[in-house]
Design a protein around this ligand. Structure first.
Ligand SMILES: O=C(O)c1ccccc1NCC(=O)[C@H](O)[C@H](O)COP(=O)(O)O
Length: 258
């Protein structure tokens, strides 16, 4: 069971690649803003908010509407950067939604997908992404080879790298790479269980040499205050915002956690 979820996500990405989902004609500019600088200078909780209409763990989260309108509400609430799902299978994402948002806003944007192939990195550049996601466990579990080459290719395309980990061992491996930002995913991608203590466990007793994004399962200002105390510098939040009747207000409430 455990290995199956990750394997399914990898297979889904391969299916999307084979279906031509990442063959993009466009050539959009990325943002003029730098999320790393924003994190370093922010007076409030720096949020990377995620436009996510469905997920493997929750199924449908919100009725599919104009993603640019969701993006504008998030930014009005104080979100400093956006993550947009481009994975069609299980997440109902697409590069087209990403580009709709890219046309509408000038904030740093993460192409959120299960990245397994350089074709997707080329697509990230073409759709105007600032960041791409790399998942450390895909390399540690031998689904993919040569993380340094994958990251270097992303950098060559002008992308910054969010490298996601879920265990201390993955975190230590991640620190050996040239990733720009390390994401600690509180969601176990093998079981889909969420535990905010993951961030605490991984950061306790380690010297922090890279900016840390705590990801998944964040719902309240108290969650953010706790994660900040654990050493997180920024926060990736999707479902709890996408489920809200008032996206702008929900984001503002979380941004004002500190
Ligand atoms: O969200 C899922 O169910 C999921 C399942 C399997 C792999 C990845 C998944 N989500 C990716 C994410 O990292 C989250 O979308 C992101 O951290 C936001 O999390 P949340 O606020 O809990 O929606």
């Amino acid at each position: 069971m455990a290995e199956n979820i990750l394997r399914k996500l990898v297979n889904n990405s391969q299916m999307a690649i084979d279906d031509g989902v990442y063959e993009i004609e466009a050539n959009l500019e990325k943002s003029t803003k730098d999320f790393i600088q924003i994190i370093k200078t922010s007076g409030h909780a720096p949020l990377l908010t995620e436009i996510k209409f469905a997920s493997p763990s929750l199924g449908k989260i919100r009725t599919l509407t104009d993603p640019a309108s969701v993006a504008s509400q998030m930014i009005a609430g104080g979100s400093k950067a956006l993550s947009v799902l481009t994975q069609p299978h299980l997440f109902h994402g697409s590069p087209e939604y990403f580009m709709k948002v890219r046309h509408a806003v000038d904030v740093p944007m993460l192409m959120k997908d299960i990245m397994i192939d350089k074709v997707q990195i080329d697509a990230a550049k073409r759709i105007g992404a600032d960041f791409m996601l790399v998942i450390q466990s895909l390399f540690d579990k031998n689904y993919l080879k040569d993380i340094d080459d994958f990251i270097a290719y992303g950098h060559k395309q002008g992308l910054q790298i969010l490298l996601e980990v879920h265990t201390k061992e993955e975190f230590e491996n991640a620190l050996k790479t040239e990733a720009d930002l390390i994401g600690i995913n509180n969601r176990n991608l093998d079981t889909l269980e969420i535990n905010l203590k993951t961030t605490e466990t991984i950061l306790s007793g380690t010297e922090k040499t890279r900016l840390i994004l705590s990801e998944s399962g964040i719902e309240t200002p108290e969650d953010i205050q706790y994660l900040k105390k654990c050493g997180a510098d920024a926060f990736l939040i999707g479902s709890s915002i996408m489920k809200s009747d008032n996206i702008e207000e929900q984001v503002r409430n979380l941004v004002n956690a500190y």
